[in-house]
Design a protein around this ligand. Structure first.
Ligand code: PLP
Length: 371
């Protein structure tokens, strides 16, 4: 009998599945711990806006119908908010969809896809699934090294993934550097600029002076796709909505590989109403900047180094292999994210939670590390 793995596409054989943050219910089942907090997947600790919950309730009777495959209402709202035309928008089931569409629309097995060391795990998965070659460029100060990336571009380079800020490191690139990179880009290369944490990084309290809004560049740089998501700042990760903004011709190509009805009715309605609650977003960003200060102050007091982050998460160096620390924190009912698979075996990535959750996390860390 032939081994089934030999039947798999070559790129798929070598894949390791994406490792999500441990769900609360799973930890409850496994360890019988209760009162668990999850600071593992960069979700919004405030949850969705009450408006979103009401909008979802109202649309429940319509669930027997297919969703609007073109997402007319959501695109119209986004278009107004972002100052782009609806034809420039591609909707995704989470912005992870957009990462995949970019590869499927532009990359063949003969091509290379470039991204940084310590980059988001999905870049590697979508690249290898397509049978393309991943060109991983060493990081500089934990972040994207644009100079090294520009130098590493070859005839075969078709797509470059850049997350700004980067996950799991939280590092960011100033507008002047990114703009120069885009300006000098050879015309056979596409760039997907992943702005999953845009709202957090752009908040003045995070202090990222010169942090750019990539959407302002899509007119000038037709090779650019900017991806954003409703999973993080808008607090609806469970509904899976994201989008890409690009030149309309690029959006047309992305939409050709997009499965029909990839965004469901609840997601469409939730995202559109989330955009209407700017107060909820403001509270989210405020909570994040104070929570980030609380966590990093706590790390400092424990003598732990961390990578300064402008996202809603921070990677802290626990000064020893992090896997046993992660396990011990689980037994304390605190779920964080190990990042050894990102080449960071001594770090844990911690999502900024509510003040009491941050406090509990810091106390549990102090106990576990016996500091
Ligand atoms: C969370 C995240 C995304 C998108 O997640 P979705 O839930 O699929 O929208 C994209 N890129 C990065 C770097 C992320 O951290």
């Amino acid at each position: 009998m032939r081994k089934l793995i030999d039947l798999a596409a070559p790129g798929v054989r070598g894949l390791t599945p994406y490792l999500p943050g441990k769900p609360i219910e799973e930890l409850e089942r496994e360890l019988g711990v209760s009162n668990i907090i999850k600071l593992a997947s960069n979700e919004n600790p405030l949850g969705p806006s009450p408006r979103v919950l009401a909008a979802i309730q109202a649309v429940l009777p319509e669930l027997w119908l297919y969703p609007d495959g073109n997402g007319f209402i959501l695109k119209a709202k986004l278009s107004e908010l972002l100052g782009v035309r609806p034809e420039q928008i591609t909707l995704g089931s989470g912005s992870s969809d957009l990462l995949d569409f970019a590869v499927r629309a532009f990359v063949t097995p003969a091509d290379e896809v470039m991204f940084s060391e310590h980059a988001f795990a999905i870049y590697s998965i979508v690249t290898r699934t397509a049978g393309a070659t991943a060109r991983i460029v060493p990081a500089r100060h934990w972040g994207n090294d644009l100079t090294a990336m520009a130098q590493a571009i070859s005839e075969r380079t078709k797509l470059i993934f850049i997350a700004n800020p980067n996950n799991p490191t939280g590092t960011w690139l100033p507008g002047v550097e990114l703009e120069a990179f885009l300006r000098d880009l050879p015309d056979h290369v596409m760039v997907l600029l992943d702005e999953a944490y845009f709202d957090y990084a752009a908040h003045p309290a995070m202090g990222a002076v010169g942090y750019p809004n990539g959407i302002e560049w899509v007119e000038r740089f037709p090779q650019l796709i900017v991806a954003r998501t409703f999973s993080k700042s808008y607090g609806i990760a469970g509904l899976r909505v994201g989008y890409g903004v690009s030149h309309p011709e690029v959006a047309d190509l992305l939409n050709r590989v997009r499965p029909p009805f990839n965004v469901n009715t609840l997601g469409l309605v939730a995202a559109a109403s989330a955009l209407e609650d700017s107060d909820h977003l403001a509270r989210t960003l405020e909570l994040n900047s104070t929570g980030m200060a609380q966590l990093t102050k706590g790390f400092g007091e424990m003598g732990l180094e961390f990578i300064p982050s402008v996202g809603n998460f921070v990677s802290v160096d626990v000064g020893r292999p992090a896997a046993p620390v992660y396990d011990a924190l689980l037994r304390e009912g605190v779920i964080v994210r190990p990042v050894a698979n990102y080449g960071m075996p001594n770090h844990l990535r911690i999502t900024v939670g509510l003040p009491e959750e941050n406090q509990r996390c810091l106390e549990a860390m102090a106990r576990v590390l016996a500091l």
